[in-house]
Ligand binder design. Structure first.
Ligand code: GUN
Length: 299
């Protein structure tokens, strides 16, 4: 039987550690981290995700500042809001929930967020820092969550074969970079990759983020491999009941060494990492302000 990696428990520990960091920042510096959450439109899944993010902020002691804008919001209006949030010292992190309505150019919006407040890690500066391994940037939450789950079952990544299924900017590409940084041999595949099952069979680590329910079958997975399933797909059973399934068929993965369940695997880690990124951003902003203060005192 494969080990189930308990994302819910690991995320709860990270939220508790983040809450302790929040308490420390408040006690030592009188600063409470603030996260601005921007939702444009009424996409039902986005509304659920944003609601969860705000609820978890409260649990960790982070102040969340909600901005819900109508679906018809003009790009200029959203850019003006981001400019205000960039300039607001009480806002340490800015998250614009994706997807955005079609009249808005998401890349322009993500570019407009100050890189040091970009707790999603989607700004080109943070993407660049991740891809060069320069450090000091903010790392996208879901990929970071995947690595934190892997860290509980992998001692030494060096030379392991990792196959990533999915090439999105939110998960596939950044998780591949994080695995490469740990010196895995990384293959990035996607839904049009030829011989996908054969490629996945070579993997010691499989990260699947394809948005395709049950894509990875038991006979795709090498005995002893680790499967991180990022998929969250709502399907309707034969009896008409809706349930959540991942991008792999967990019931066929008994021969794997470890797997993440859906729900209760990667999902809770995304929000926990968002909170810890917000505290990291707040701390960095404090340090920057202190350094500027020191320079000013010297001048
Ligand atoms: N939509 C789906 N995943 C994400 C995420 O991690 N961040 C944001 N901002 N939007 C998303």
């Amino acid at each position: 039987m494969a080990q189930r990696i308990d994302g819910k428990a690991i995320a709860a520990r990270l939220v508790a550690a983040t809450a302790a960091d929040v308490g420390d920042l408040a006690a030592r510096h009188g600063v409470v981290p603030g996260l601005a959450v921007v939702l444009v439109g009424e996409d039902p899944a986005s509304q659920v995700y944003v609601g969860r993010k705000i609820a978890q902020c409260r649990r960790a002691g982070i102040v969340s500042i909600e901005h819900r804008l109508p679906a018809a919001t003009a790009q200029q209006e959203l850019l003006a809001l981001i400019a205000r949030l960039n300039a607001d010292a009480a806002v340490h992190g800015i998250l614009v929930q994706l997807p955005l309505p079609p009249q808005i150019d998401a890349a322009r919006v993500l570019d407009a967020i100050a890189p040091h407040k970009d707790v999603d890690g989607f700004h080109p500066v943070n993407v660049g820092r991740l891809s060069t391994g320069a450090g000091g940037g903010l790392t996208p939450c879901t990929p970071l969550g995947c690595i934190k789950l892997l860290d509980t079952v992998v001692d030494d990544y060096r030379g392991l074969e990792a196959v990533v299924i999915g090439k999105s900017n939110i998960v596939g590409k950044p998780v591949a970079l994080l695995l490469l940084e740990r010196e895995c041999t990384v293959t990035v595949t996607h839904i049009l990759t030829r011989n996908l099952p054969d490629i996945v069979r070579t993997a010691d680590i499989v990260v699947v983020a394809a948005g395709s329910p049950g894509l990875v079958r038991g006979d795709w997975v090498k005995p002893g491999a680790i499967v991180i399933d990022v998929g969250i797909n709502r399907i309707v059973d034969g009896d008409g009941r809706a349930r959540l399934v991942g991008d792999s068929v967990t019931a066929e993965l008994d021969h794997a060494a470890a797997v993440t369940p859906v729900p209760g695997g990667v999902g809770p880690m995304t929000i926990a990492c968002l909170l810890s990124n917000t505290v990291q951003a707040a701390r960095a902003q404090l340090e920057r302000a202190a350094a500027i203060g020191t320079d000013a005192a010297r001048a």
